[in-house]
Ligand binder design. Structure first.
Ligand code: COA
Length: 331
């Protein structure tokens, strides 16, 4: 491998998933669908749904506290707190500021939200790397927390089967022994924004009783178009970061992709020439938790012994925007 010296690395990971499980059998009672169709077309068997009183601040707080504990840090150690979410509890202030208060990190830390939908975690990893490279931070806490169930149109069978709730968190610190981020490549194409959109509820189309009734504040999705764009973009970004880092598919110990649809994951892995036994998949249990899928996946892969010191880990994601990207890390 001919890689540049990493500047920043992930020193701890954690996750929080709400207890309540929504199965495909439950969905059969809600919309015109079947367990067989959902399994075959998406690979998803069940997803977690947070209770009404639990929002992204609470889920993010729990993941953040677990990550700090694992890193042996206190909230006072956090220099920058970045939160990625497409489903904030409130539109103002930033969710990051609410989580900052919830974990008691308000002394000497600054906090902000970064919105890149499902790609948010990878964009935020690069932002964290930048803070460290610029000497602005020694410890960045990155929290990806999503309550997709509140923006899901539960009458739309083509989208409501896909999403779930949960949070992941990582601590990013300066690289000490050659471990860390080897290369990243991110892109977006705003021309494709209509493919995955919430039309109402912002300044352009404020909520009215009629728009609420028509569910215009909920997610609208053009599934097949997103499917095609997802495979092309994730595989392309994955190949680019491998090439930039002088790494081949054979060097990748594990691909941790955004978990949206098993067929998207399989096609991406095929285009990137990574066999499925080196791909991490947990979407059967959680569905698509937007920006939280990758940090939750990293945490489970570490716990399961699939990522350890020295592992070469490729992450790829895509999401509304459209946004997409890939990051290569030596653990
Ligand atoms: N149960 C049963 N049938 C369903 C269904 C469901 N839940 N959802 C859609 N169908 C039907 C469609 O109505 C269509 O019927 P028709 O042929 O009579 O019109 C048929 O199944 C095929 O629909 P199509 O949309 O072509 O299916 P698909 O194979 O593309 O799968 C998705 C649909 C949404 C699962 C798939 O396109 C997908 O996962 N796209 C990516 C979405 C995504 O990842 N979004 C998040 C981005 S981060």
């Amino acid at each position: 491998m001919t890689t540049r010296k990493p500047l920043a690395s992930i020193s701890a990971t954690a996750r929080f998933l709400p207890d309540n499980v929504l199965t495909n059998a439950d969905l059969e009672r809600m919309v015109d669908t079947s367990d067989a169709w959902i399994r075959e077309r998406t690979g998803i068997l069940e997803r977690r749904i947070a209770p009404p009183e639990m929002g992204v601040v609470e889920m993010g707080k729990r993941a953040a506290q677990r990550a700090l504990k694992k890193a042996g840090l206190t909230p006072d150690d956090v220099d920058v707190l970045i939160v990625t979410t497409a489903t904030p509890d409130r539109l103002l202030p930033a969710t990051a500021c609410e989580i900052q208060a919830a974990i008691g990190a308000s002394r000497g830390c600054y906090a902000y939200d970064l919105q890149a939908a499902c790609t948010g975690f990878l964009y935020a990893l690069s932002a964290a790397e930048g803070h460290i490279a610029a000497g602005q931070a020694e410890t960045v806490l990155l929290v990806a927390t999503e309550k997709m169930s509140v923006i899901t149109n539960w009458e739309d069978r083509s989208s409501c089967i896909l999403f779930g709730d949960g949070a992941g968190a990582v601590v990013v610190q300066p690289s000490r022994n050659g471990e860390g981020m080897l290369s990243s490549h991110h892109s977006s194409n705003g021309d494709l924004a209509p493919l995955l959109i919430r039309r109402a509820g912002g300044g352009a189309l404020p909520l009215t009783p009629e728009r609420l009734h028509n569910q215009e504040h909920m997610m609208e999705m053009s599934g097949p178009e997103i499917f095609k764009a997802a495979v092309k973009s994730m595989a392309g970004a994955g190949r680019k970061v491998m090439k930039d880092a002088g790494v081949t598919a054979d060097d990748i110990d594990i691909l941790v992709p955004h978990q949206a649809n098993i067929r998207i994951i399989e096609s991406t892995a095929r285009y990137a020439r990574i066999p499925m036994d080196r791909v991490f998949v947990n979407l059967q249990h959680y569905g698509n938790i937007s920006s939280a899928t990758i940090p939750v996946g990293l945490d489970e892969a570490i716990e399961g012994g699939r990522i350890g010191p020295g592992s070469v880990v490729l992450m790829t994601a895509f999401g509304a925007g459209l946004t997409w990207g890939a990051t290569l890390v030596r653990w």
